[in-house]
Design a binder for this molecule. Structure first.
Ligand code: MG
Length: 154
């Protein structure tokens, strides 16, 4: 059975923080602040997988109090992927949109796709980059957001 999930995440940006996207440290004057390493891509993808399976959300799996500041998000996704595999499921496609005003990310697309493809054991990975055209908090460079649609065969 093919299942579809949608994930979304947003984190504040601050100077001097690493910008983690899909498990890749992207060179940037600002990085995301928040739970774990604040990787909006992995957080949105986790919610996409959980949504496809109707398994709740990232907050119910990994309560804020149980996740250390700066803790990598990759192991969180790995735990969800282990549970998915145990249920006979597999991610067959993921489509990600990262919304960030700066820096421009196009040069990092292959690295981000490779990282996500490896973590999801999935060959069909799309990553798109958008700015917010100067509008709102993202447009002012105060935040980074991510949408992820995930298709699961389970
Ligand atoms: Mg998050």
């Amino acid at each position: 059975m093919m299942r579809m999930g949608l994930g979304w995440d947003i984190h504040r940006l601050a100077a001097g923080r690493p910008l983690m996207l899909a498990g890749v440290a992207v060179p940037s004057p600002t990085g995301a602040v928040g739970d774990s390493d604040a990787d909006v891509v992995l957080h949105a993808v986790i919610d996409g997988v959980l949504g496809a399976m109707a398994w709740g959300d990232i907050g119910s799996w990994f309560p804020r109090d149980a996740v250390a500041a700066g803790q990598p998000s990759g192991p969180l996704l790995a735990e969800v992927m282990e549970r998915l595999a145990a249920a006979g499921g597999a991610v067959v496609q993921v489509d990600v949109t990262i919304v960030l005003e700066a820096p421009r990310l196009a040069d990092h697309r292959p690295a981000l796709i490779g990282s996500l493809a490896q973590q999801l054991a999935c060959a069909v990975v799309s990553i798109k980059f958008k700015t917010q055209d100067g509008l709102g908090a993202i447009g002012r460079g105060e935040a980074v957001a991510c949408w992820a649609s995930v298709m699961v065969d389970a």
